[in-house]
Design a protein around this ligand. Structure first.
Ligand code: GLP
Length: 267
């Protein structure tokens, strides 16, 4: 794992957008794993701007989202399909037929989960998986005690997640109690993982995930097993890390990060 600390949330978000841009330049037909949540909104705003102003091309790529609530149709403003259409898919030249989210409306949820896994394999596997982190340490909706070997399945949401996501809903009781999520093992199968966290309220859980012991209580700690994982943080989210100076040194000195220090790797 590499941990990169940027001075502000804006700089962290821009770096993540530039890493995705680089991926699309190297491999225009990349399979991208996507995430939702407030943190990602600015990543997608950056990608939309790069598509408009810099002709960043999504026409050949294919996407898989981490998760979807059970029981919310695509036209529900709180569904993740709606979120993705609004923040990214309608803003760039992605072919909607190449965008995939788990089907939280399926009559047979178990079959929908198995089908989602099958589709990822058929598309050649995920090249770059974008991740956020929930306050309980989840990636996707892999709540505490999610097995590191878990695959796409239905998960009951933890009380902390229900509280964290309640502000998006008209009342806390409206938050669905269950969601379909890629499993921890599904995420670890991605060729590269890229986790973004910003803000002081993520500092404690980020420290547990990055430097703490690996535990199913904090599913993002499973990323320590991944051979190509980058965690991008702003200073606030990095506030509880013990080795922050070492991580800052890496970004400023390691050759692989040189193109990103100036902002525009493709240029
Ligand atoms: C939801 C999503 C997660 C995401 C988390 C973080 O729970 N299922 O994939 O990481 O939100 O959200 P935010 O960026 O709003 O803190």
């Amino acid at each position: 794992m590499e941990c990169i600390i940027r001075p502000s949330a804006e700089a962290a978000v821009q770096l993540v957008a530039r890493i995705i841009e680089q991926e699309l330049h190297v491999r225009p037909n990349s399979v991208l794993g996507l995430a939702t949540g407030r943190t990602m909104e600015s990543v997608y705003a950056n990608l939309a701007r790069m598509h408009r102003d810099e002709k960043l091309d999504f026409s050949q790529c294919c996407t898989f989202n981490l998760d979807e609530y059970v029981g919310l149709p695509a036209n529900d403003p709180n569904s993740y399909r709606y979120y993705m259409n609004k923040h990214l898919f309608s803003e760039v030249n992605l072919d909607l037929r190449n965008t995939h989210l788990p089907d939280g409306m399926a009559a047979d949820l178990e079959a929908a989960c198995a089908n989602f896994e099958k589709l990822i394999v058929q598309c050649g596997g995920i090249d770059l998986q974008l991740l956020g982190i929930g306050r309980d340490g989840h990636m996707g909706f892999n709540e505490p005690l999610s097995a590191f070997r878990s695959r796409t399945r239905v998960k009951a949401l933890s009380p902390l997640t229900l509280a964290q996501n309640a502000p998006q809903f008209s009342s806390p009781e409206k938050v669905p109690r269950r969601a379909i999520t890629m499993g921890v093992a599904t995420i670890l199968d991605a060729r590269r993982c890229l986790l973004l966290a910003t803000g002081a309220d993520k500092a404690e859980i980020v420290a547990q995930a990055v430097e703490g012991p690996m535990t199913s209580m904090v599913s993002a700690s499973a990323l320590q097993l991944h051979p190509r994982c980058v965690v991008v943080l702003d200073e606030a989210a990095a506030g509880r890390l013990k080795q922050a100076d070492y991580y800052r040194w890496i970004f400023e000195n390691e050759p692989e990060w040189k193109p990103f220090r100036t902002g525009q790797p493709g240029k």
